[in-house]
Structures are given as structure tokens and as C-alpha cells.
Design a protein around this ligand. Structure first.
Ligand SMILES: Cc1ncc(COP(=O)(O)OP(=O)(O)O)c(N)n1
Ligand SMILES: Cc1ncsc1CCOP(=O)(O)O
Ligand SMILES: [Mg+2]
Length: 207
């Protein structure tokens, strides 16, 4: 599996335009981009399906990978490449059974033990964090910092994607800590120029 190093997780805030941000990022990053479609828990399956379906088409035209957060049935229904699950979602082994062996399956981990368990259960990559403080998701445990990323990366043979408060300035520290790539919401969704912000993140990643 060749996984992109820059993951754009879609912004769930009302009034945002995740397709416009993804279009701008795809134009710069192409196949190096993974778009993870993430919607509010309160969003309907129909809303998730419609956004994910449009995102799959956009990603396909750029040669990029589209994943769906949490809702595996939506991932299957729109023909996404795979999905991402965390502690409140289906367990990794169940998610793998639902998606099948060929799908890309990501799992959240913040410590070596859970990371090893997720990989043993079938995760292809790990989303690890929050690495830094973030205002994007409430109720998270304290940031693990680059040292926490190293602890996980040293424990598993799969790519580690650092998430939480990631900015272009922080990418070098995270890569040095062992992260294969990074996942961002605000760094692209809040950027005045998402295409330029994408280029800066890619440059920091060494892509
Ligand atoms: C790449 C990546 N890493 C971690 C997460 C968080 O997933 P989860 O813990 O299930 O939380 P929600 O995103 O579902 O609120 C992620 N989505 N992507
Ligand atoms: C979904 C999620 N899980 C851990 S941090 C996070 C949000 C990351 O958003 P940002 O890049 O804006 O900090
Ligand atoms: Mg989840």
C-alpha cells in the first residue's frame, strides 16, 4: 500500500465548504493527498453519503485516495478506498471484516499498546494524537507531543499519521519523531489560500 503523506480531514463546522478546500488541495497535492470525509455525529447518513460521493469523484480525478471517517457503510456505498475508525467506532477487526482485505483501514491510537493491538487487528495505518492542542475537536485527552509519536512509531511497522494542531511549522518536528505523514483540519480549512497552505505542508513533508 502506498499511502499519501498529507491527510485532509474535512471540516465539520456549519457553513464550511469541504469540497472547495479539497479541490484546492487536490490541485496541488494530487496523489499525495488522502481526503478523509468526516461529518458531525448529528449529520444524517444521507448527508454523509452525498458529501462522500462527491469527494470520491473529486479524488478519483486527481488520483488521490478518499477515506470515510466512522461510517463504514457510507464508505462501501460510495466506493471509497477505505475508512478510519477510533475508540467509539466499530473495533478494528470488525471494521476489517466489513470493508474486506483490500480496503485501506486507519485506526486511532495514542499509546504503543493500543497501536500494536490495532495493527494486529488489521489497521494499515495509525492516526496518532492529538499531537498538539487543537480547537477542532472537543473532549480530547492531553496532547502527546512528538515524544508520544515516537513511542507509537517505534512500536508498529505501519505508517503513523500525526493529527491534532498540525501546522506546516510543526511538520518537521513530527517527521523527526517518526511520523510518516500528517492529518489536518484547520491548517487547510482555515487557510486564506488552501492551495498555498497545501504546498507549504507538502514542502515541510519533503514531498
Ligand atoms: C488520521 C486520523 N487520526 C485520528 C482520527 C480521530 O478518529 P476518532 O478517534 O475516531 O475520532 P473522530 O474523528 O471520529 O471524531 C481521525 N479521524 N483521523
Ligand atoms: C479529529 C481529530 N482527532 C484528533 S485531533 C482531531 C482534529 C484535528 O484538527 P486540527 O488539524 O484542526 O487540529
Ligand atoms: Mg471516529
Amino acid at each position: 500500500m502506498s499511502l499519501g503523506r498529507l491527510h485532509l480531514v474535512t471540516d465539520t463546522r456549519p457553513g464550511r465548504d469541504p469540497l472547495a478546500v479539497a479541490r484546492a488541495a487536490l490541485g496541488v497535492a494530487g496523489r499525495e493527498l488522502v481526503v478523509q470525509v468526516r461529518v458531525e455525529d448529528s449529520a444524517t447518513d444521507r448527508e454523509a453519503y452525498e458529501l462522500a460521493g462527491r469527494m470520491v469523484e473529486l479524488c478519483a480525478s486527481a488520483g488521490a485516495t478518499c477515506l470515510v471517517n466512522d461510517r463504514l457503510h457510507v464508505a462501501l456505498a460510495v466506493g471509497a478506498a477505505g475508512a478510519h475508525v477510533g475508540a467509539d467506532d466499530l473495533p478494528v477487526d470488525a471494521a476489517r471484516r466489513v470493508l474486506g482485505p483490500a480496503a485501506v483501514l486507519g485506526a486511532t491510537a495514542r499509546a504503543p499498546g493500543t497501536a500494536r493491538a490495532a495493527v494486529a487487528a488489521g489497521a494499515d495505518y495509525l492516526g496518532v494524537g492529538p499531537c498538539h492542542a487543537t480547537g477542532t475537536k472537543a473532549g480530547l485527552p492531553p496532547p502527546i507531543g512528538p515524544a508520544g509519536v515516537t513511542a507509537v512509531a517505534d512500536a508498529v511497522p505501519v505508517p503513523v499519521v500525526a493529527i491534532g494542531g498540525v501546522t506546516a511549522d510543526r511538520v518537521a518536528g513530527l517527521r523527526g519523531a517518526g511520523a510518516y505523514g500528517v492529518a489536518v483540519v484547520a491548517a487547510l480549512a482555515d487557510a486564506a489560500d488552501p492551495a498555498r497552505a497545501t504546498a507549504e505542508l507538502l514542502a515541510a513533508l519533503g514531498c
